[in-house]
Ligand binder design. Structure first.
Ligand SMILES: Nc1ncnc2c1ncn2[C@@H]1O[C@H](COP(=O)(O)OP(=O)(O)OP(=O)(O)O)[C@@H](O)[C@H]1O
Length: 266
């Protein structure tokens, strides 16, 4: 069944400049779609639009159906209900989602209390469980820490725990590993892969890196200048890119892989 149905999505600035142009895509329940394209191609704006989080002043036309709710034009009170429950987002920079002045445990507790009505010891246990699920060692210490007292990789795991806290049907991951060290990136991708599989969640995974997208998604949509240029099975696109732009993306991903192979062989 279709979980996310975007049709003819167009996003413009207040002065009429088109940033996303007539974009259509669907994600079925449990399916994983990668959104790929170079910087500025409109990937992030598309994901923000799904949660009704576009910056003030931008205008949106077209439709975005998310688990039966029409997001375009929806009132804030309806959007609040959808966020976290139907879709949740993990950003490239975890500090975007975390409050610097609040202990990590309280930040995870907040959505759990609000959505699941948990309190007291039960709530504390749920926070510990949420931190354990994202494979954070010493969950109790992490829960007492402020965001700046833990590492970037740990912060991203905390942000993932928050996004998963209400078991959304769709996880949106916007370049979730780009800001991390290469050694931590692979661990994070594996973690997302496992957790999403266990929960049978759908994923909209945004990246400019085809190698990363190929690792976690089944299908990929390539964007350029706010438009979809190509869409298909991720292996098929890597093997036989149809569009020139996609060929260039595949070519640069290959060059990077062989450069890394050459380094490993040294
Ligand atoms: N608040 C804003 N006001 C005006 N233009 C914006 C705003 N946010 C983004 N844009 C423009 O919209 C276009 C698409 O931006 P978007 O962030 O969606 O790209 P992206 O593909 O996610 O890029 P990146 O990989 O660098 O995050 C860009 O040209 C960007 O400059």
């Amino acid at each position: 069944m279709t979980l996310l149905d975007i049709h003819g999505l167009t996003i413009r600035t207040a002065d009429g400049h088109t940033l996303v142009d007539d974009l259509s895509l669907t994600v079925a329940g449990g399916e994983r779609l990668g959104l790929i394209g170079e910087s500025g191609s409109g990937k992030s704006l598309t994901t923000l639009a799904v949660l009704g989080l576009l910056p003030d002043g931008m205008t949106v036309t077209g439709s975005i159906g998310l688990a039966g709710t029409q997001i375009v034009g929806a009132r804030e009170k309806h959007l609040t209900r959808v966020r976290g429950r139907d879709a949740a987002i993990v950003f490239q920079e975890p500090l975007t989602a975390l409050d610097p002045l609040m202990r990590v445990g309280r930040q995870i507790a907040e959505p759990l209390a609000r959505r699941q009505g948990l309190k007291g010891t039960e709530l504390q246990r749920a926070v510990t469980r949420a931190l354990e699920q994202v494979r954070l060692p010493e969950p109790d210490r992490i829960a007492r820490a402020y965001p700046h007292e833990i590492s970037g990789g740990q912060r991203q795991r905390v942000a993932l725990a928050m996004a998963l806290a209400c078991e959304p049907k769709l996880l949106i991951a916007d370049e979730p590993t780009t800001a991390l060290d290469v050694s931590v990136q692979a661990e994070m991708l594996d973690l997302i892969d496992t957790l999403v599989r266990e929960r049978d969640m759908a994923v909209l995974f945004v990246s400019h890196d085809l190698a990363v997208v190929a690792r976690v998604t089944d299908r990929v949509l390539v964007m350029k200048d706010g438009r979809a240029v190509e869409e298909g099975d991720v292996r098929e696109i890597v093997r036989r890119p149809r569009e020139e732009y996609t060929r260039a993306l595949v070519g640069s991903a290959r060059r990077l892989e062989s450069a890394l192979d050459a380094r490993r062989a040294r």
